[in-house]
Structures are given as structure tokens and as C-alpha cells.
Design a protein around this ligand. Structure first.
Ligand code: 13P
Ligand code: SF4
Length: 302
């Protein structure tokens, strides 16, 4: 079916279902273009908790839709591509976290939002890439178990006096970015500002001019007086950068930085989800109630 009629169908179904479409910055351009809100994990979590509507169509990956379902249990939360998962979220289980906590009873547990609901339920407070430093500094304890992203944990550790114990998880996209790729991009675009996501390895963070979440990167490019930028994160972000920062030149640090799971949602799966109200994401109440505490603590931070 032509893209325009698929889009019209989605818009009609959206009205009929009283639905909102939340879209992560890494989604395909045509999905970003039908969003009620396109944003980073923190912005999308806040929107899931506050936006009106009976149905949330979450165009992202599993943990994002789960977070929306935890925050808005009265809404129908749909994940159009049911196999869109985040491998990092599978790198720690609730049982493993319970063991880690038992070994470090004096430490707080900070979990990245890229975790399962079960892991959030075992955590004291949640964080995203845009507030990890603030969250780590907000806990009372002097020691912090940070799960599951070792790179984000180590990044946050640079900005706190607390002892951070990072789990050994990682993003299979950002963890692959190498100093050699940075050198090649810097050579090709001398003078360009290098912006990277904190899921990158420490040696990439050391080479960057600025580190930020996906929406933080977009804001930086749009407001900077500079004209050229090398973008060290998943390539889907370039669509918003082109649309919202016209006149600026943005080059991907690596064309290979593609999250396959983020590309599983297309217009057909969104249309089908709105038509059938499936696949629906639900979280058992007992787990959701405990996971919600960790997420709401994060959202309550000023
Ligand atoms: P943010 O959009 O919150 O920066 O997160 C990036 C990411 O990898 C989400 O899976
Ligand atoms: Fe997970 Fe990395 Fe994909 Fe984000 S980019 S969803 S952290 S695999």
C-alpha cells in the first residue's frame, strides 16, 4: 500500500482508538513522522505517564513499552513489533541482581531504564542516559550498584564521589564504536564537533567534545553556533537532526551504528497494532507496583 494511504489509515485509526503514538529517536523516518512525540527514553517515560489517551502505541523496544505499561496500567500499551527487544536489558536477571545486592548490602541499586520490569522491581531507583549522573548523586548510600550498562555506569562514576559498581552489560551498537572510527571521522571532517552517547566505551567518551542522550545531542546541535557535527550514536537520530536543525551538517561517526531492533517497527505493523489492539504489553501487578516505585523516584527528581 502507498505510504500516504497507510499514513491516512493510521491517523484515522488513531482518532477512533483515542491513541497516542510515542516514538524513540532511533526509529525509521516514516515512523518518526507519525509521532505525537518523538524523544529519548526520559521524555517518552514522562509522556507515557502524563499524556491523555486510552491507547499508547510504543514505537521503540520492549523495555520502553513495559515502562509505559507500568506507569499507565489503565491504558492499553501496544508494541507494534513484538520481537523488538533490547539485548542489553537481557544482560541481567532479577535473580542475579538479588545476589549482587546480597553481596553489597550497603549499596543502593540504580538501574538503567534499559532493563526488564523484574529488574526494575529489585532496584531502588531507575535512570536514563540523560539523568544517570543526577540519579547516582541523589541516593543516600556512598556505594552504588549500577546495572546493566557498564559504560553508562563508568560515565556516571566520573561525576560523583560515590563508589560505582558497574554491571558488565553493554549496548551491542554503541560498544562497537572504536577509536579508529573516531580518527577516520575527525580526519574526514576537521573542525566538526564530536557528540557521543554515554553508552559508548570510556575511550570514546575521552575523545568526544560533548556527551549526551539522544535528545540531548539534538538540542546541542540545534542550539550550537557551530555548523558541523560528527554524531556518535545510532543512525536513526539523523532524521530528526536533518528536520529540526536545518543548515547544520551532521555526519554519522559510523554507518554501522544501526540497532536492528529499533528498525522492526514499520507503518504496516503500526496500522495492524491499531486495528487489532495487539500485541499488547502488560506487566503483572505485583512486579509493576515495585518497578513503578523505582521509576517514579526518578521522575520525581527535580
Ligand atoms: P536515550 O534515547 O534515552 O538517549 O537512549 C538511547 C538508547 O539506546 C535507548 O535504547
Ligand atoms: Fe538496546 Fe543499544 Fe538498541 Fe538502545 S541502541 S535499544 S541500548 S541495543
Amino acid at each position: 500500500m502507498p505510504v500516504t494511504s497507510l499514513k491516512d489509515e493510521i491517523l484515522a485509526l488513531k482518532r477512533e482508538r483515542d491513541a497516542i503514538i510515542l516514538v524513540h529517536n532511533y526509529q525509521l523516518p516514516e515512523i518518526q513522522d507519525i509521532a505525537d512525540l518523538c524523544g529519548d527514553s526520559l521524555e517518552l517515560s514522562r509522556a507515557a505517564a502524563t499524556m491523555e489517551g486510552k491507547v499508547i502505541v510504543f514505537c521503540g523496544v520492549d523495555f520502553m513499552a513495559e515502562t509505559a505499561a507500568i506507569l499507565s496500567p489503565e491504558k492499553t500499551v501496544l508494541l507494534p513489533a513484538p520481537d523488538a527487544c533490547c539485548p542489553m536489558a537481557q544482560m541481567i536477571s532479577a535473580e542475579e541482581l538479588r545476589f549482587a545486592r546480597a553481596r553489597n548490602p550497603d549499596a543502593a541499586v540504580v538501574c538503567y531504564v534499559n532493563t526488564t520490569a523484574e529488574v526494575k522491581a529489585e532496584s531502588d531507583i531507575c535512570c536514563t542516559s540523560s539523568n544517570a549522573i543526577k540519579v547516582v548523586n541523589s541516593v543516600e548510600q556512598d556505594r552504588v550498584i549500577f546495572v546493566p550498562d557498564r559504560n553508562l555506569g563508568r560515565y556516571a562514576a566520573r561525576f560523583t564521589k560515590k563508589e560505582v559498581l558497574p554491571w558488565e552489560g553493554f549496548c551491542i551498537v554503541h560498544d562497537q564504536i572504536t577509536p579508529a572510527q573516531v580518527a577516520t571521522a575527525r580526519q574526514a571532517h576537521p573542525g566538526a564537533v564530536l557528540l557521543v552517547h554515554p553508552e559508548c566505551r570510556p575511550e570514546i567518551i575521552d575523545l568526544a567534545d560533548h556527551v549526551a542522550s539522544t535528545s540531548g545531542i539534538i538540542k546541542y546541535v540545534c542550539t550550537s553556533p557551530k555548523q558541523e557535527f560528527i554524531i556518535g550514536t545510532e543512525v536513526g537520530i539523523l532524521h530528526r537532526l536533518t528536520k529540526e536543525c536545518p543548515g547544520k551538517k551532521c555526519y554519522p561517526l559510523s554507518q554501522a551504528s544501526v540497532c536492528r531492533n529499533m528498525k522492526k517497527t514499520d507503518l504496516t505493523t503500526v496500522r495492524d497494532a491499531l486495528q487489532t489492539l495487539r500485541p499488547r504489553i502488560t506487566v503483572p501487578e505485583a512486579i509493576a507496583d515495585r518497578a513503578r516505585r523505582a521509576i517514579e523516584r526518578m521522575l520525581a527528581l527535580p
